[in-house]
Ligand binder design. Structure first.
Ligand SMILES: Cc1ncc(COP(=O)(O)O)c(C=O)c1O
Length: 387
């Protein structure tokens, strides 16, 4: 009898899937479900980008590209780092990947040996640990606290770091907390990690979506930091499946070899479309959306404060709020399901993001407009107030 590989059993299904399935069922029955559980706002890709994709198809630009990506796109990304963040990043160090997901898979293969561990904050993006599992490695989750901005404490890093540690993976702005690291923290993290001979990865997929705090790139701290990014969030191009990784010069050859073997190339049409994303009109549109998200954030935070639901730490970026619901329940997952069953509001339970105090937290994604957020808040008020 054929059998699945053992690693499949080690991948825990996301708890939010149960929420999403139920939400879909209610929607099928005609209920007005408010979706605040998915990491994808109600924006579509910028119109000019879509047109550029259509033009690429019409011109037959549908073949493989070079493994590292179209030179014009890598140049455009390099210019963007220079213009927006004042950092020189040679286009040769940028490899275009199928989403940040492709970048994370590539980086796991590039930098982590099987049996090794990588430090990451608890809570963090849940797929990270599963990418590591694909190369026989493991995430070592470091419990992080609200009052520390969910940062891994660097002063006592030796409590977590040992000979088997390959590196540290951070994200800024972060999912699920929306917390933004400071430049100073990233520089200190780099010092701590490099002193121990490890690598530092900073996932900057929510870069640009900063409302409060510094919008910067970790590349300003060192050319030896690995950075991941994507067209999914700031450019609202989730389905185009396009991202990139910036690697140090000494890693270009290895990363290219892996890109050739893992993907051959990122999707060609998406790459041609994405070149258009760096022109001023599209960037202005993306900035307009950031302003829209900022208003939603204000509405949601004000509403949650009124409900007396403490916010884990004031989220400075991304489009998430991580909320402590322990004042109203001792089981966040059951609370999410109850809220959905009775009031048709879908949220993500904290257990998907880690273990520390996960039963106390839920993640709100402010993916719909302010009116809908007000309706959701009103329903939550009724759910909390019911006997
Ligand atoms: C922190 C983080 N990294 C990576 C990803 C993967 O994104 P994509 O593959 O769409 O670029 C996500 C998706 O939500 C994310 O939140």
């Amino acid at each position: 009898m054929q059998k699945l590989a053992n690693r499949v059993a080690d991948i825990a299904p996301f708890q939010v899937m149960a929420v999403m399935e139920r939400a879909k069922r209610y929607q099928g029955l005609g209920e007005d479900v408010i979706h605040l559980e998915v990491g994808e706002p109600d924006f579509v890709a910028p119109e000019a980008v879509n047109r550029a994709g259509e033009a690429a198809i019409a011109a037959g630009k549908t073949g493989y590209t070079s493994a590292a990506g179209l030179p014009e796109l890598r140049q455009a990304i390099s210019r963007f780092y220079q213009q927006r963040y004042g950092v020189e990043v040679a286009a040769e160090r940028i490899l275009v990947t199928p989403g940040a997901s492709g970048a994370l898979l590539l980086l796991s293969s590039l930098m982590v040996n099987s049996g090794q561990e990588v430090l990451m904050p608890d809570p963090c993006y849940p797929c990270n640990r599963n990418f590591l599992a694909q190369v026989g490695a493991k995430a070592r989750m470091v419990p992080c606290r609200t009052e520390d901005n969910f940062e891994i404490p660097l002063a006592n890093l030796n409590d977590h770091w040992d000979d088997n540690t390959a590196g540290m993976w951070l994200a800024s702005p972060a999912n699920p907390t929306g917390s933004v690291l400071s430049q100073a923290y990233v520089a200190q993290a780099w010092e701590a990690v490099s002193q121990r001979g490890g690598h530092l990865l900073v996932d900057e997929i929510y870069q640009g979506l900063v409302f409060d705090g510094e919008d910067f790139t970790a590349l300003s701290a060192s050319d030896d930091i690995f950075v991941i990014n994507s067209f999914s969030k700031y450019f609202a191009m989730t389905g185009w499946r396009l991202g990139w990784i910036v690697v140090p010069e000494w890693a270009i050859e290895g990363a290219t070899k892996l890109a050739q073997n893992l993907f051959i190339s990122a999707p060609a049409v998406s790459q041609y479309a994405a070149i258009r994303a760096f022109e001023d009109d599209v960037l202005a549109e993306c900035e307009g959306r950031r302003a829209t998200l900022a208003k939603r954030r204000e509405t949601l935070i004000a509403g949650l404060n009124k409900l007396g639901l403490p916010i884990a730490s004031e989220p400075q970026g991304a489009f998430y709020v991580y909320v402590d619901v322990s004042g109203v329940t001792d089981n966040a997952m059951a609370w999410c399901l109850g809220l959905l069953d009775e009031y048709y509001v879908a949220l993500t339970p904290g257990a998907d993001f880690g273990a520390r105090d996960a039963h106390k937290y839920v993640r709100f994604a402010y993916t719909c407009d302010c009116e809908r957020l007000e309706v959701a808040l009103d329903r939550i008020a009724q759910f909390i107030a019911r006997p």
